[in-house]
Design a protein around this ligand. Structure first.
Ligand code: ATP
Length: 440
């Protein structure tokens, strides 16, 4: 059997074809039955004249919407049909898998889309919506475009282990797993391993992989497992080089997405993709802090030196107004809110050569130049109260010649949230994992 995709039916006028897909709608009239069939390329109307085959007519009447069907029939022009002016005159129908009735919800009733928590129980039905299909096409292209950019610039891809033997930075966000007779941990970041690639002489690496955080928060932007986009680059002068890479790479990926899916995104998400202009504005953390203070914004005292989500939004609004940019690098964060391996400013040791990238009011990436000088790195770890034994394997990476380097980590689903203007990270991930969500 040769399958014809619905999107290419126009090329098969007056031919008998076989199409396969889901029964989106059934209009069951006295003599005529109309089935709307959907595959990943579109919708088509299939007409059946019941008196011609009453047995088949009864089978069709009993079909639940969303049943998976194989249908063959002749493609004919019919100007009154809204779906492309053609229809298929049904000859054969095979029910591959019937759908139970009623459905938990109708994915195609745009006015009655249930809340995300309910839809997550039936994610595979939720994903049948065109909007979601598009989202994952966009994600596929986005990752592809990022890889194109990396490969053009001679980056090497790594796959670092996700099971690790000792907590890396702090134990707070680590999932512990039983590993034969001992304890192991799920990697909360590929950080140390991508730095190892710098010591290995790879010079420029990237990884797209899972990241685990035992963070018991219930926000619209946190998951316990997410896909990280990670980059590390050698022979940099400072974090500025990392930012220059980041903005060029993002601009390229945005442009590719706009070129291929701009119109569909506008239709499905109501978003007109704006390819960001370069360079993205940079603002020091201390300037951000004083702007927020002048705006009367109250930063929670426990996050002194850090930005809370409201602060990120407020400073993003400011950047939009002042610089016309949806992207903002907030740079030079105090060491108090940065990990021990961030390099400090030579002339302001209380500050790090680091940045957060805020996009559409949301933090989407953190980056920095890393400390590559072993003695300083050790001193910084001790200052943060870390036991050197636990990170000895990491410190060893710096013993036999390590270039100056830096990089960033970005959350793929956060980027998609921003790109498609989604209110919740649960909408932008294939399957959400959170403190209360381990299934499906
Ligand atoms: P936040 O302050 O939002 O909790 P973070 O400072 O812990 O994030 P990093 O450890 O710097 O984040 O991770 C780098 C990037 O990974 C973040 O900018 C974000 O895009 C993504 N990220 C981090 N934690 C999560 C999470 N729990 N769920 C989804 N994405 C995340």
């Amino acid at each position: 059997m040769e399958r014809t995709l619905i999107g290419s039916l126009k090329e098969h006028l007056n031919e008998t074809v076989t199409v396969q897909g889901w029964l989106q709608t059934l209009r069951d009239q006295k003599n005529m039955q109309f089935l709307i069939l959907r595959d990943r390329t579109g919708l088509v109307q299939i007409a059946h004249y019941r008196p011609a085959n009453p047995e088949l007519g009864n089978l069709i009447s009993a079909l639940g919407t969303e049943s998976a069907l194989t249908i063959s029939g002749k493609v004919v022009e019919n100007p009154v049909v809204k779906l492309g002016g053609l229809e298929i005159q049904l000859e054969n129908l095979k029910v591959e898998s019937p759908a139970e009735a009623p459905l938990p919800f109708d994915p195609f009733d745009k006015d009655n889309i249930p809340a995300i928590d309910f839809r997550m129980d039936w994610r595979y039905l939720d994903l049948r919506r065109e909007q979601n299909l598009l989202l994952f096409k966009v994600q596929t292209l986005l990752e592809h475009a990022m890889r194109e950019y990396w490969l053009k610039q001679d980056f090497i891809e790594i796959h670092s282990p996700k099971i690790t033997g000792s907590p890396s930075e702090s134990g707070a966000e680590l999932f512990e797993v039983q590993y034969f007779e001992r304890k192991a941990y799920l990697a909360q970041s590929p950080q140390f391993y991508k730095q190892m690639a710098m010591s290995a002489g790879f010079e420029k690496v990237f990884e797209i992989g899972p990241v685990f955080r035992a963070d018991p928060s219930f926000t619209s932007r946190h998951m316990t497992e997410f896909t990280g986009l990670d980059v590390e680059i050698s022979w940099i002068d400072s974090h500025e080089d990392v930012m220059v890479f980041t903005e060029g790479w993002l601009q390229y990926a945005y442009q590719r997405v706009k070129d291929v899916y701009g119109a569909e995104i506008e239709r499905e998400f109501g978003v007109d993709i704006q390819v960001p202009a370069l360079p993205f504005p940079r603002m020091t953390m201390s300037k951000a802090y004083s702007i927020l203070k002048d705006m009367g914004y109250k930063l929670p005292p426990e996050r002194k030196g850090d930005l809370d989500p409201g602060g990120e939004r407020a400073i993003a609004d400011y950047a939009k107004k002042e610089y016309g940019s949806d992207f903002l690098f907030v740079i030079d964060w105090p060491i108090s809110v940065r990990p021990f391996y961030h390099m400090r400013h030579p002339d302001a040791p209380e500050l790090t050569r680091s940045f957060d990238l805020i996009a559409g009011g949301l933090e989407i990436a953190t980056g920095a130049q890393r400390e590559h000088r072993l003695e300083i790195l050790k001193a910084q770890a001790l200052e943060k109260g870390l036991g050197l034994e636990n990170i000895q394997y990491y410190l060893d990476f710096f013993r036999f010649g390590t270039p100056p380097h830096g990089g960033f980590g970005m959350g793929l689903s956060r980027l998609l949230m921003v790109l498609l203007n989604l209110p919740n990270i649960r909408e932008s991930v294939y399957l959400f994992r959170g403190p209360n969500r381990l299934q499906p």
